[in-house]
Design a protein around this ligand. Structure first.
Ligand SMILES: [Zn+2]
Length: 382
């Protein structure tokens, strides 16, 4: 961050700009010096929620486990709500940052702080207090939230439990029917000679042959073996690290606002001059005057919005370096098993593969996150 929004973090507390509601905020308590400090027992619960989400648990599953273990909410309740968990997963305070509410320039005239009720942008300030979650983990969670949100919505008329997102198997998210486009689902078949796990087109299962004529049922073991082969082929082509970096960047980067940093800085300088000019005019006509208020307010609004854009650009640069770090980390994880993998790995599949289409009983179309597509034969094992 740069310029006049690089605020000393201690200062923010003294000025009362960051508000902590400890009673409703799991993980921190007020320290002896009036600043937030980590409550280790609560922080453990926070870390548990983040890590379970990251390994693929759905929010309801996280809640079931917390309640089963008798973990109470920050308010001492036994029942956890969906919203509480979701808000926690998105709360930047867990990485030590905070969103500041800013008062606006009309204060100069009234000397009173006017609360920002959404009419002005809010400021994002880094490293205000000790972090419970590291930045890389937090970014991974944001990426995972975005990924789950973008999953194909199954029709509201879905008839079975199968249509719910369970989060347990990566293929639930990426495997779809080449014939009708519906997702594939994991089904456990009980047979005289034991249990067999297969994957089937959800549309076919729920609505029958009339709706999806040609969707093969695939044995999970054959499916996994085919995907492992495709991943090994992809590895043999090299450049896995850059594939990872691209996929991570695509997931993390917000869309740019189209204005360069230089353009923002130059407009900010203009606005400062304009503001100074009108403040002098206002002072000249006396303290009771309101004739320049509207003009000053407009300047203030544009100023705040530009500062917010600049903060966003700064953040994007940080995101890029974050993606770098994460790509290195994942490449290292995968590196342990290179040059080839022998077993189906949920995490590696999540990181590398965008989608898989079932093209027939003996063929998959696998699309990697860098856009490369491979046709992969399915070998049926006996
Ligand atoms: Zn189908």
């Amino acid at each position: 961050m740069s310029g006049n929004i690089r605020w000393g973090h201690r200062k923010n507390f003294k000025d009362g700009k960051v508000y902590y509601h400890y009673a409703g905020f799991l993980g921190y308590r007020e320290g002896a010096d009036g600043l937030p400090e980590i409550d280790e027992a609560e922080a453990e619960i926070v870390r548990r929620i983040f890590s379970r989400y990251l390994i693929g648990h759905s929010v309801p599953k996280i809640i079931r486990d917390l309640e089963a273990d008798g973990v109470k909410t920050v308010r001492g309740k036994e029942k956890w709500s969906d919203g509480v968990i979701r808000n926690m997963l998105k709360n930047e305070k867990y990485i030590g940052d905070a969103l500041l509410q800013k008062t606006y320039i009309a204060d100069i005239f009234t000397k009173q702080s006017k609360k920002n009720l959404g009419e002005l942008p809010k400021y994002y300030v880094h490293d205000c207090h000790p972090a419970i979650i590291d930045r890389v983990t937090f970014q991974r969670v944001q990426e995972e939230i975005a990924r789950r949100a973008s999953l194909k919505k199954v029709s509201a008329a879905a008839k079975t439990e199968l249509s719910k997102y369970s989060g347990k198997y990566v293929l639930t998210d990426i495997l779809s029917c080449g014939n009708c486009g519906s997702p594939y689902r994991r089904i456990s078949w009980s047979r005289p000679d034991g249990k067999k796990i297969v994957w089937r087109c959800l549309n076919r299962v729920e609505n029958g042959r009339k709706f999806c004529k040609d969707a093969p049922t695939l044995a999970e073991s054959d499916l996994h073996a085919a995907i492992v082969s495709a991943m090994n082929e992809r590895f043999s082509m090299g450049n896995v690290q850059s594939l990872l970096k691209d996929s991570i960047l695509a997931a993390l980067s917000p869309k740019g606002e189209g204005m360069s940093l230089a353009a923002i800085e130059s407009r900010l300088t203009e606005l400062r001059e304009k503001q100074y000019h009108f403040l002098q005019l206002a002072a000249a006509v006396g303290a009771g005057s309101t004739q320049y208020d509207e003009m000053l307010k407009q300047i203030s609004i544009e100023f705040s919005s530009l500062v917010a854009k600049r903060t966003k650009l700064d953040k994007e640069q940080e995101t890029a370096s974050c993606a770098d770090e994460r790509a290195t980390q994942i490449a290292a994880e995968l590196g342990r098993t290179e040059p080839g993998i022998t077993e189906f790995d949920e995490v590696a599949v999540r990181q590398l593969i965008d989608s898989i289409k079932v093209m027939g009983k003996d063929k998959l179309l696998i699309r990697f996150k860098d856009g490369m597509e491979l046709e992969q034969p399915i070998t049926t094992l006996r």
